[in-house]
Design a protein around this ligand. Structure first.
Ligand SMILES: Cc1ncc(COP(=O)(O)O)c(C=O)c1O
Length: 463
C-alpha cells in the first residue's frame, strides 16, 4: 500500500511491501536511500511522527530505523535525530568505482550472535591442510561421489565427535552437509515424506530454522519454558523435537538432565525423532563440556554439528549423525547434486586428523573466554542493573534488562553504532511465555583489535 509523509519538510512516497509491517517499512526506506530519493544528510521524521503519519506502531518505526542504522544506511545521534548516512552504499546505476566502495551495511561494531571472529580463521593451517589433502587425493575423489560425503571426512568426524562430544558415531551413519541449516532442510524433507506434520521447537530460537521447517510443510510448535529451561516432557502432537541441548540458543542454559532423559523417553515411547543442534558444543568454559544428547540414544536422536562457529560459516560445512534406519532416506533426500565440494571436505578431514582442529578450538576457546570475562567485569562495574546469563558456554551472552526497556536499549545501541539484537527477535510468535527483555550479545564476532571498542560502545548503550 502506498503512503506518503510530509513531516519536517521531507516528502516521500513509501510503498511498504511484503507481509510484515516492520520489514515492509525497512525495505521501503532502504530503497528510498539506495535510489537517491532520500539524499545523504536528510533528517528523517521522529519515530513518533512517522508512526502517526503511517498509522503504525511507534516501536515498528523505531525498529526499522534501528535496523537501517545497524546496516549503515542511516545514522542516529542523540540530539540531531535520525539522518540518511553521508556515505551510503552507491546507487545501482552509478558507474563502478575504481576502488572498492566501503562494504554496505557495516555497523561500526558487530555484536550479532552467530558468527565467530573471522579474522582469527586459521588461514595458514587451513592452506597447509588443503595442500596436503589435494596432493594425496586420488583422481576419483574429484568425481561425483557418495551423497553422504567423502569417506575421509566421515571417518575423521566419527573419531572426533566420539572423543570430544560423546557422540556414538560411525562413518556409515554420518552425512556431510552444507552447515546445520542444510541438514535441517534435508531432515524436514525426510520427516514430511514420513507423514510428520509438526515439529516441537524451543520458545526462543532462530526464525531461519523455523522457516526451514515450515518450508518443508511442517508446523512448528513452541515447547513450554520455565526457570529451569525448556520443558520436554510432553511435546504434544509433534513427530519430532528440535533442541539445542548443550547451550540453548539464545538463552544459554544447558538442557536440564531430567529433561534430557524425558525427551529421549518421549522419542522411544512415540517413535518420534529428536534433532540435536550442537552448534557451539566445543566452546564450554566453566566445566567439562555437556556431552551430546545423542549419546543417550543414537536410535532416536539425530546429532547435527557445524563448522560455522568453530571455523567459519562461509565454509558451509556441517554434519549429521543419523539413526541407522534414517541414513538411506536422508542420503536420498540430499541427493548427489546437492552436496558439498570434495576439496573442502578433504581439507577439513586433514585439518581434523592432523590435530590442527583441536589446536584451533583450544586457542579460540581461550580467546573467547577472555572476552566473556571482560564482558562480565565491565558490566558489573558499568551496568549493575543488567544481569548477564547463559555465559558458561558459546560465543554469546544474554544481558537481562529492566522490564520494558529492550526496544530503547536496542535503539541506544544503534546510536552507538552497534549491531546487536534484542531477545524478542528470537521469540516464537506462538510461545506462551511472558516476553523477557534482554540483549543477545555475540561477543565472539568482532576481530580481536575491535573487541575493546565494541565493549565500550555496549557499556555506553546500557541503562
Ligand atoms: C542455534 C544455531 N544453530 C546452528 C547454527 C549454524 O548454522 P549453519 O551451520 O547453517 O551455519 C547457528 C549459527 O548461527 C545457530 O545460531
Amino acid at each position: 500500500m502506498a503512503r506518503s509523509w510530509a513531516t519536517l519538510g521531507v516528502d516521500l512516497h513509501l510503498e511498504p511491501t511484503g507481509s510484515g509491517v516492520r520489514k515492509g517499512l525497512t525495505d521501503a526506506l532502504r530503497e528510498a536511500v539506495r535510489s537517491g530519493r532520500l539524499a545523504p544528510g536528510t533528517r528523517l521524521p521522529s519515530s513518533r511522527s512517522l508512526a502517526a503519519d503511517l498509522g503504525i506502531a511507534r516501536n515498528t518505526v523505531a525498529d526499522a530505523y534501528a535496523d537501517l542504522v545497524a546496516e549503515g544506511w542511516l545514522t542516529a545521534r542523540q540530539g540531531s535525530g535520525t539522518r540518511v548516512a553521508e556515505r551510503t552504499p552507491p546507487a545501482p546505476r552509478t558507474a563502478p568505482a575504481a576502488t572498492p566502495a566501503r562494504e554496505p551495511g557495516r555497523p561500526a561494531h558487530d555484536l550479532m550472535p552467530g558468527t565467530p571472529d573471522l579474522a582469527s580463521f586459521p588461514r595458514a593451517e587451513w592452506l597447509k591442510a588443503a595442500r596436503r589433502a589435494l596432493t594425496a587425493a586420488p583422481h576419483h575423489a574429484l568425481g561425483y561421489g557418495d551423497p553422504r560425503g567423502r569417506a575421509e571426512l566421515r571417518t575423521a568426524l566419527a573419531e572426533y565427535l566420539s572423543r570430544a562430544r560423546g557422540v556414538r558415531a560411525d562413518p556409515e551413519r554420518i552425512i556431510v552437509c552444507a552447515g546445520f541449516s542444510h541438514g535441517l532442510k534435508v531432515l524436514g524433507a525426510v520427516l514430511g515424506a514420513r507423514g510428520v506434520r509438526s515439529v516441537a521447537v524451543e520458545s526462543y530460537g532462530l526464525d531461519t530454522h523455523r522457516m526451514l521447517l515450515t518450508g518443508a510443510g511442517l508446523a512448528t510448535l513452541p515447547l513450554p519454558l520455565d526457570e529451569q529451561g525448556t520443558r520436554t516432557d510432553e511435546p504434544t502432537g509433534a513427530g519430532a523435537v528440535l533442541l539445542t541441548p548443550a547451550h540453548q540458543f539464545p538463552l544459554g542454559l544447558p538442557l536440564h538432565p531430567d529433561r534430557r532423559a524425558a525427551v529421549v523417553d518421549w522419542a522411544r515411547r512415540t517413535g518420534g525423532l529428536v534433532l540435536e543442534d550442537d552448534y557451539d558444543g566445543e566452546f564450554r568454559y566453566d566445566r567439562q563440556p555437556v556431552g551430546a544428547l545423542q549419546g543417550l540414544d543414537p536410535d532416536h536422536v539425530v546429532y547435527l554439528g557445524t563448522a560455522s562457529k568453530s571455523l567459519a560459516p562461509g565454509l558451509r560445512l556441517g554434519w549429521m549423525v543419523l539413526p541407522p534406519g534414517l541414513v538411506a532416506e536422508a542420503a536420498a533426500a540430499k541427493g548427489r547434486a546437492d552436496t558439498c565440494g570434495a576439496l573442502d571436505q578433504l581439507t577439513l578431514a586433514e585439518f581434523i586428523t592432523s590435530g590442527a582442529y583441536d589446536r584451533h578450538v583450544r586457542a579460540a576457546r581461550l580467546r573467547y573466554r577472555r572476552r566473556r570475562d571482560a564482558l562480565v567485569r565491565a558490566l558489573a562495574s558499568r551496568a549493575p542493573e543488567v544481569r548477564v546469563t547463559g555465559i558458561a558456554a558459546g560465543l554469546h551472552a544474554v544481558l537481562r534488562l529492566p522490564p520494558g526497556t529492550e526496544q530503547a536499549v536496542v535503539q541506544a545501541a544503534a546510536w552507538q553504532g552497534l549491531a546487536v539484537p534484542g531477545l524478542s527477535r528470537f521469540r516464537h510468535p506462538d510461545a506462551a511465555v511472558e516476553p523477557l527483555d534482554a540483549l543477545v550479545v555475540g561477543y565472539g564476532t568482532p576481530p580481536e583489535h575491535a573487541w575493546a571498542g565494541a565493549l565500550e560502545a555496549l557499556c555506553r548503550a546500557l541503562p
